[in-house]
Design a protein around this ligand. Sequence first.
Ligand code: PLP
Length: 707
Amino acid sequence: MEKFSSLARFKSSCPFLGGTKTSTLRALSSTISPRFSSISQLTERAASCPIMGPALVMRSTQMVAGYASVAGQADVQKIHHSKGIFPGTSVSEADISKCPHASAARAAARMADDLAAASTAKASEVKKEIPSTAREAAAAGCPFHRAAAAAKEQPVKLPDMTETQATPTTSDAYNYDKFYAAELEKKHKDQSYRYFNNINRLATKFPIAHTASVKEEVQVWCANDYLGMGNNPVVLETMHRALDKYGAGAGGTRNIAGNSAMHLGLERELATLHRKEAALVFSSCYVANDATLSTLGSKLPGCVYFSDASNHASMIQGIRHSGAKKEIFKHNDLDDLEAKLKKYPKETPKIIAFESVYSMCGSIGPIKEICDLAEKYGAQTFLDEVHAVGLYGPRGAGVAEHLDWESHQLAGQSSEPIKDSVMDRIDMITGTLGKAYGAVGGYVAGSRDFIDMIRSYAPGFIFTTSLPPATVAGARASVIYQKHHVGDRALKQVNVRTVKERFAALDIPVVPGPSHIVPVLVGDAGLTKAASDKLLREHGIYVQAINFPTVAVGEERLRVTVTPRHTAEQIDGLITAMDTVFTELNINRISDWTKLGGRANVGTGKENVEPIWSNAQINTAGQSQTLHDGDMVLVDANAAQVVRKSFEDLLGPMELSETESIQKKVEAVVMTGAVEHIAGPLPKKVKARAPVNPIDMSVATTIAVSA
Ligand code: PLP
């Protein structure tokens, strides 16, 4: 206990201690490290700390030297002799364990060696400087340390395979451990080493999560479950039904037993969403981007990629893996793109790869203008709508749909392309099922032959187990629900505007942009991490720090994501907490950046960017009202009904009495099906609201399903 209360004193100065529950620290301190048998997991972590690590190594080395210095003394020898130990050139195991001095000395020597190895940040230097503390002590004349050193040089075979395999047995073998340590050291040095927070988002309490301790709850303000679809009752209900019918896994690749009606149904749904001929589902959009771009670029003869400088890693890797030539154009810079396109003859195959919403700065790609350039120079367009699907457009198809809102609204749920619309002019669209749709998976949509070619050639599609049917069903339910219900994404925009306006009123810098992303500029890696830690520790607010290489050095930020499910009270809490942390850590505000000449478009007079969602578009959802603590969350009855209908062929109809009205049926099914699964309180009454879906207004009610 005493130990922990003294550790608690350092909670405010140490980000690790500060961000870790006392119970976790206790558990770590009482569990032996799986890699180093002489130290606890807590000590192992401390050893990799740039401050604690060297101090621990030095202290344990001093202890070993202390033992060595007394080992040869006459009175210690007397103790040895009295215990029947007469150490000569060799010391037996029995001798060592008989003698308290010898066994303590050997334990200290082992710990010193373990600490030196665990101190990954400095491991390469430590090993050079302190080859073995046990050997050093042996050289100082201690027979027991001689034995310990010898034991170290001929290690007993440990059951831990990773350690025994990684430890070189001959001096000329490659030193893998040294390599790993050096790579990690680079990460620590440039402050890009990633610390993952233990966050367990609770389906019944969105946006609340518990931390490593199930009793400690925090508000999540950075998840990409942008709409809370990860716990939508109709999605969960569909997943439960599919799981019960089809089991846990897909059973194979799409080629071998893993190609089900659920997969085909999702692909049809996605093709319709983007009004394209076909779509192909992958295990994630990282894989979709990588597999599509690498396959395309390696197949198209002499292909040249034109890639936006801010493109996501998945596109960068895909282009790299294709081996095709690439030109990187400045972020959203049409002049630079055109200058690069001009360099190649029109007949050269070209692909312009870009995003609609750039997730770290919140900017939006000039999609229409890029299509114009593509036409002019004979290029194809590849648009990543990962941070836009589910969130933009009357059916949630993304920014390309949003730009022609009225014509898409008029066309309703038809799968036919709208000629000359922006979405129609894009050749390939990729999206994720893991963010606004709350599930997992990715996809590409395009022409039938293009999709068939990727299906036939892309290793990332062919040689991997396909997604489980229940997951695919949940993703499709989510896509259908959002296609028929605009209310969630409209309310999200309302809340995003509120948060941006309130930050601006407090001079808190947000990187300006027209999208739903709220990047709060901090401008320093250490400070961003400290701010994130403080928000979590002192205010129960989780916003992940975003550092290099995700953003440029000096543009580090806290990327806040606001959902339609954050309540007015939670928004108040976020604003107050951020303001307090900015003051306490003396973080630059907008006015400070202005004096410094601006950073990341903050303090440069470019703050007032028009949001891409107009008031009229928001109003198509009726009156979007921010929730208050304790409010019931509404599920759209019409959208829920369409989801159920869409799965009737595979999962069967929901069992209802023939005499019930349509509205009663929907209500009953929501209540008895989905709500049961999320264990929320059953709704007492159906709330009638203004029409929520501008496309299909046949059923215009919503149902409250959980608090
Ligand atoms: N594209 C962009 C722009 C992304 O930000 C991400 C993920 O964060 C991906 C692709 C990968 O998507 P997924 O999470 O489905 O792998």
